[in-house]
Ligand binder design. Structure first.
Ligand SMILES: Nc1ncnc2c1ncn2[C@@H]1O[C@H](COP(=O)(O)OP(=O)(O)OP(=O)(O)O)[C@@H](O)[C@H]1O
Ligand SMILES: [Mg+2]
Length: 230
């Protein structure tokens, strides 16, 4: 049984891309998969089509009906800001206990794999006291850290790794999703990260063109099979 929390060194580096890809790859191998984005900000109910929720529903072969949107993303906020700020704009606040217990219920399901995409980077605030890392640590499932290959990623990635490991979070791996138009080559970035990542596997994910089929992407399912994460 695979249970993974997909987090990142920062926003916009590829969490949804990796979660959707892993979901499709596991389903193609015949596994039942649930992919969730419990907290989403910048969600426009009029345009669910470009949201993370929609992309994860599509990867599961589900239509973006109101019921399915609610099942994948119950905490939805309109402002494209960090969750604490986006919730405050609506006079709301995320209750971490409610969030963790909702996730635990889904983690306890019978599906072969449950993939939970976090929100923003590993230490983005959820409210005025708790961050994503508190949420992740409370769930006790392994994290898959997604990072980019942009200039600056080495420190961001190693800082995120240290923060997660400092809280006892098991790491299933690091996926370096190639950033656009950056001077640092993907392979060199991966080689450098491997020198510092100890037993945590570091996997390169080259940039796919929009026209590329997801089947051309490297197989990430080995990360989901690691029963004992570093
Ligand atoms: N390896 C890749 N090949 C092609 N496109 C990619 C790749 N990685 C990321 N992208 C694209 O980069 C953009 C940002 O990625 P994505 O939405 O997955 O980031 P995210 O970490 O989920 O962001 P957020 O913090 O908003 O949830 C998207 O348009 C995505 O399709
Ligand atoms: Mg996303």
């Amino acid at each position: 049984m695979t249970r993974l929390f997909v987090t990142a060194s920062g926003t916009g580096v590829g969490k949804t891309f990796v979660t959707a890809l892993l979901c499709r790859q596991l389903r193609a191998q015949g596994h039942s998969v649930v992919a969730l984005k419990p907290v989403i900000s910048g969600f426009d109910p009029g345009q669910p089509g470009d949201s993370d929720t929609f992309q994860l529903l599509a990867a599961q072969g589900l239509a973006p009906t109101p019921g399915n949107i609610e099942r994948v993303s119950p905490w939805r906020f309109a402002a494209p800001l960090s969750p604490d700020m986006a919730a405050a704009r609506e006079g709301r606040a995320i209750a971490p206990d409610a969030l963790a217990s909702w996730c635990r219920q889904r983690i306890g399901g019978l599906e072969d794999a449950v993939l939970i995409e976090g929100v923003g980077g590993v230490m983005v605030p959820l409210n005025d006291r708790f961050t994503v890392l508190d949420w992740l640590a409370a769930l006790g499932i392994p994290a898959l850290l997604v990072t980019g290959s942009y200039l600056g990623t080495l420190s961001h990635t190693l800082t995120a790794l240290a923060a997660a490991q400092g809280r006892g979070v098991p790491l299933a791996g690091v996926v370096v999703s190639e950033s656009l138009d950056q001077p640092a080559p993907l392979a060199e970035t991966v080689a450098t990260l491997r020198r510092f990542a100890g037993a945590v596997p570091v996997i390169p994910l080259p940039r796919l063109d929009a026209a590329d089929d997801w089947r051309r992407a490297p197989d990430l399912t080995a990360l989901a099979r690691r029963d004992r994460a570093a």
